[in-house]
Design a protein around this ligand. Structure first.
Ligand code: COA
Length: 176
């Protein structure tokens, strides 16, 4: 699992701003971040709206979050010294295929955080020569679909209740 970003990406992620010009830092999650991340999900609303996540019941939420931070590569968006957003990549096939998850706390939504976080995850995945990232999203989650399309995810198959979206990094990796 990677914990150090390539320096050119690291520099860029520390100089980010949201749409209002406020400072935004994107970095890897570390163990010491767990209480702040758990706090973001404790106050996250509406719970269970996106594919049943984040769980409403505290013990289920904790079990889910412990699983995510243990199994995935985790990224945090930090604003005002708080966790504003969290993204994770689950390795499905080594160095090849990863599943994507993202949540931005409601106080920080619609400020460009989800787009910046997703773009950062894409940059890291490209730097690591991953081949593809995929996700499923509810067809009614138009905001999330818009963000995913902005960073390059494409809809695969029909727009059903749950849509499959894929970000193919293979072409982007050529020549690096
Ligand atoms: C989806 C989510 C990650 C996006 O993060 P965010 O920080 O709010 O996103 P951004 O501010 O970067 O971008 C939002 C974009 O969606 C657009 N948008 C807002 N509401 C929209 C709607 N109802 N339909 C379509 N687009 C919409 C905004 O205009 C903006 O686009 P623009 O920058 O091109 O103008 C965040 O809203 C979230 O955590 N939602 C709840 C959990 C969730 O749905 N996670 C994804 C599970 S698959």
């Amino acid at each position: 699992m990677i914990h150090v970003l390539p320096p050119h990406i690291e520099r860029r992620l520390r100089l980010l701003r949201d749409k209002n010009g406020a400072s935004l830092i994107i970095r890897f999650y570390q163990d010491a971040d767990y209480p702040a991340l758990a706090d973001m999900y404790r106050w996250f609303e509406p719970k269970e709206w996106s594919q049943g996540l984040p769980p409403c019941l505290e013990d289920r939420r904790e079990a889910w979050l412990r699983y995510v931070v243990e199994k995935a590569i985790n990224f945090l968006a930090i604003m005002e010294d708080k966790v504003a957003g969290h993204a994770a990549l689950f390795e499905i096939e080594r160095d090849f295929s990863y599943e994507y998850l993202i949540f931005v706390h409601q106080d920080y939504q619609d400020r460009g955080v989800g787009t910046a976080l997703s773009q950062a995850v894409k940059d890291v995945a490209q730097a690591m020569q991953y081949h593809k990232i995929w996700l499923t999203v509810g067809a009614i989650n138009l905001k999330a679909i818009h963000v995913y399309e902005k960073v390059g995810f494409c809809m695969m198959g029909p727009r059903d209740m749950e849509c499959l979206m894929v970000l193919d990094l293979k072409d982007n990796n050529k020549g690096q």
